[in-house]
Design a protein around this ligand. Structure first.
Ligand SMILES: CCCCCCC/C=C/C(=O)SCCNC(=O)CCNC(=O)[C@H](O)C(C)(C)COP(=O)(O)OP(=O)(O)OC[C@H]1O[C@@H](n2cnc3c(N)ncnc32)[C@H](O)[C@@H]1OP(=O)(O)O
Ligand SMILES: Cc1cc2nc3c(=O)[nH]c(=O)nc-3n(C[C@H](O)[C@H](O)[C@H](O)COP(=O)(O)OP(=O)(O)OC[C@H]3O[C@@H](n4cnc5c(N)ncnc54)[C@H](O)[C@@H]3O)c2cc1C
Length: 667
């Protein structure tokens, strides 16, 4: 069967056109599955088309040849053009459309509104009272002000309880006095803080009558709205270049007894009355909700990062010819090598798996905020916290690995910035650190797991949340030929065993006399392993659920092949646990391997279209190697010619140093 997918264009590289003709499904239909609905997939295409009609938004100079300052200026110029067209391009206040617009036009290297959209506005939505929203939310949404999220300090990022910035209440003036008592208390890292933002959500330790109430969110004006100069009492600046993300001005911030009105403490869930009395929130960690929001998006966002790298690597692999198989008259596409498929296809499966999880967790967060804001119901917080903690850690780790494999799959050209994969990698792996360092978050997930195991051991399995129910499943012998459910059963046994083993180790150290904290640290590696298995099980189950729900037969068939690859690859990857515990036999292992290899063959004809389905424009991809037309060699040569080094034949470095040096050597 062949589909006239709209990517097919006769002017494209014939090898890519051939790949597109052999696809067994319609890429528009696949895009609906990827982006969650027909409506949103169509809106994305519409927005992309509208952008392509605005000349001022087409790429000027390649980003790779720009300095940091040029990148920041270019992002601001594009934002300015966008704001002139905002209402024609997207539905105002539609977060997903705004994200698509920014990703496509400005790309992934950061921009002044990145934190405004992802953390500043969401914090106002979840933490500000109705009155406070009236005052700031409208202005923020209209982009009259630019905000960021200033929490991390030079001395502390993970351990929020030790943040040192203080917000001391003064009942006589009804103000909070923000102060940075030490150098380690300087806010450090917040995106868009250094030069762009004029407002910030500042997380500071609330102090009333010498009593500390822990970190609370405050809205703080940092710069004069007319002159953009920092207000007196505020020290603010950029923290310097980073591994990637250099279009963003991550910043530092210090306060010298800086006063803000009482009404600047975000008071939807807690209050400080004029006399200084404090009203507690309904849940101690409700002030952390903006982090949960970003974590709930990370499976989707990281999935899209990895997808970008794979679009580039898969298209290139279908164009690159090197070496021979049977036919010695023509070299083969490197995509035909089993090793290349094994390098790329499991990551394609993970991309889809992560995105399906992301679609779910984004909705779970939205529901949670509705429950909390409308009904004061915080009962979903613990589960969402543990789920998103595990998920952000697992997806960022595998995304980093997948992107690096994509780079290597492109050989030498993958190492060139023309591929853009190094930038994608640099941006994606920041996710291993931001929104909670991965080990720290895996250990948060482990807290929930240990609690669940303890409930089972204490004879209260009925108290387990549905996500933990597998911890009560008995050991069974499994016939893998039965299908996905059999894989789930084995995975459940592996994850359960590890959760019980890690908890047993924790208890053993405690029985031997260690405090819970010390015992926890001595068991931490085993605990993180349990968290990873628990999370990977969740990802696997979500993938199965999602594929089962698809109605388009050809899309479902293509995704079933990917799902089978994922099931076999994941199980093989954790086989050491299964073998050690006698859960799987070596015969079963051989079965899994054979299934895996046959999945690679099945996926091969659809590989390009599985990645085309993400419908990234060339503007968004920013990759010379991965362009839709596949004319890699011509495109690479043009790109190299545009390098600033090639704008003159003889560089000053040659006339000033190399020539005299060579002349001296002749003497
Ligand atoms: C496209 C690119 C865009 C780029 C954007 C990049 C933007 C980046 C922004 C940032 O990085 S913002 C800063 C992010 N910082 C962090 O994520 C810090 C990580 N640390 C924490 O979140 C916390 O410190 C901690 C690790 C969760 C620990 O907090 P705390 O010390 O207060 O609690 P514990 O004693 O460990 O746990 C007590 C109890 O509370 C539960 N809990 C913790 N957090 C939550 C939560 N958010 N929701 C619900 N429950 C929570 C925790 O599980 C414990 O429960 P029990 O086990 O006691 O039942
Ligand atoms: C690109 C980028 C953007 C960022 N944007 C923002 C932003 O907008 N706003 C903001 O406020 N912050 C931001 N951050 C900061 C980020 O949130 C923190 O860097 C992150 O939370 C990690 O904290 P840390 O740097 O203190 O690491 P540390 O906690 O010092 O981590 C160092 C090491 O110690 C280990 N470790 C720490 N605690 C424990 C523990 N309890 N148990 C076991 N191991 C532990 C970690 O695993 C890690 O290996 C950003 C960071 C980056 C890289």
């Amino acid at each position: 069967m062949s589909f006239l997918n709209k990517e097919i264009c006769d002017g494209d590289n014939p090898d890519l056109t051939e790949e597109r003709r052999t696809a067994t499904f319609d890429t528009d239909r696949m895009a609906q599955v990827i982006y969650g609905s027909e409506k949103f997939a169509a809106r994305r295409r519409q927005i992309t088309k509208s952008i392509s009609r605005i000349p001022a938004l087409q790429d000027t100079k390649p980003l790779a040849f720009m300095t940091r300052e040029e990148k920041i200026t270019e992002a601001c110029r594009e934002l300015d053009v966008l704001s002139d067209h905002w209402e024609q391009l997207i539905y105002v206040n539609d977060e997903e459309e705004a994200l698509h617009l920014h990703r496509e036009v400005i790309g992934m290297e950061g921009h002044p509104f990145a934190l405004h959209e992802t953390m500043f506005i969401p914090t106002l939505v979840s933490q500000a009272s109705d009155e406070q929203q009236e005052k700031w939310l409208g202005r923020a949404r209209k982009r009259e002000i630019i905000g960021c999220y200033a929490q991390t300090e030079l001395g502390h990022g993970s351990n929020l309880r030790k943040l040192e910035t203080t917000a001391t209440y003064s009942p006589s003036t009804q103000e909070f006095i923000l102060h940075t008592p030490t150098i380690t208390a300087l806010k450090w890292w917040p995106g868009a803080l250094g030069k762009s933002s004029n407002y910030a959500i500042v997380m500071a330790d609330l102090v009333i009558k010498n009593k500390s109430y822990g970190p609370h969110p405050f809205i703080v004006q940092l710069r004069d709205e007319k002159t953009h100069q920092p207000l007196p009492g505020i020290t603010v600046g950029d923290i310097g270049p980073k591994m990637a993300f250099n279009g963003a001005d991550n910043g530092f911030l210090g306060f010298d007894h800086f006063r803000i009105p009482r009404g600047n403490l975000l008071m939807r869930h807690n209050r400080v009355e004029p006399d200084g009395s404090y009203l507690k929130p309904p849940h101690a960690k409700i002030g952390y909700s903006s982090m949960v929001k970003v974590r709930s998006r990370m499976a989707m966002d990281q999935g899209l990062f990895m997808a970008q790298a794979l679009v580039i690597a898969v298209r290139y692999s279908a164009v690159r010819r090197q070496g021979f198989l049977e036919d010695k008259s023509q070299e083969v596409k490197v995509l035909d090598y089993q090793t290349q498929q094994h390098r790329l296809f499991p990551s394609i499966a993970r991309v889809y798996a992560f995105i399906f999880c992301g679609l779910e967790t984004i909705q779970l967060y939205e529901k949670l905020i509705l429950d909390v804001n409308k009904n004061g119901d915080t009962s979903g917080m613990a589960d969402l916290h543990s789920l998103t903690s595990g998920l952000k850690s697992v997806v960022t780790h595998f995304t980093g690995q997948g992107i690096e494999q994509a780079r290597m799959a492109c050989g030498g050209h993958g190492y060139s910035m023309a591929s853009y994969i190094s930038e994608i990698y640099g941006v994606a792996v920041a996710g291993c650190t931001y929104e909670g360092e991965n080990m720290v978050m895996l250990l948060q997930c482990a807290r929930a797991l240990v609690k669940a195991v303890e409930l089972v051991e204490e004879g209260h399995p009925e108290k387990l949340s549905p996500m933990m129910a597998y911890l009560t499943k008995p050991s069974v012998t499994v016939d893998l030929t039965v299908g996905p459910e059999a894989y789930v059963k084995i995975f459940q046994l592996i994850a359960k065993k590890q959760a019980f083993k890690a908890t047993e180790q924790l208890h053993k150290f405690m029985v031997a006399g260690d405090s819970r904290d010390v015992a926890w640290n001595k068991s931490a590696v085993e605990l993180t392993k349990a968290s990873r298995l628990h999370t990977r099980l969740y990802i696997l189950k979500t993938f199965i659920r999602r594929v089962e729900s698809i109605t388009d037969i050809s899309v479902k068939a293509a995704l079933t092949d990917l799902l089978n690859l994922h099931l076999n690859y994941e199980l093989l990857d954790v086989a050491s646990y299964a073998l050690a515990d006698g859960i799987m036999s070596s015969t079963q292992m051989d079965f899994i391997k054979n299934q895996l290899y046959s999945s690679l063959e099945k996926i091969r004809p659809n590989a390009v279209s599985l990645m085309d389905s993400f419908q990234f424009s060339d503007l968004q991809l920013r990759s010379v190697l991965g362009r839709r037309d596949g004319h890699v060699y011509q495109n690479l040569f043009e790109w190299a010619k545009s390098s600033p080094l090639n704008q003159s034949e003889v560089l000053p470095s040659v006339t000033q140093y190399l020539k005299p040096m060579m002349e001296k050597s002749k003497l």
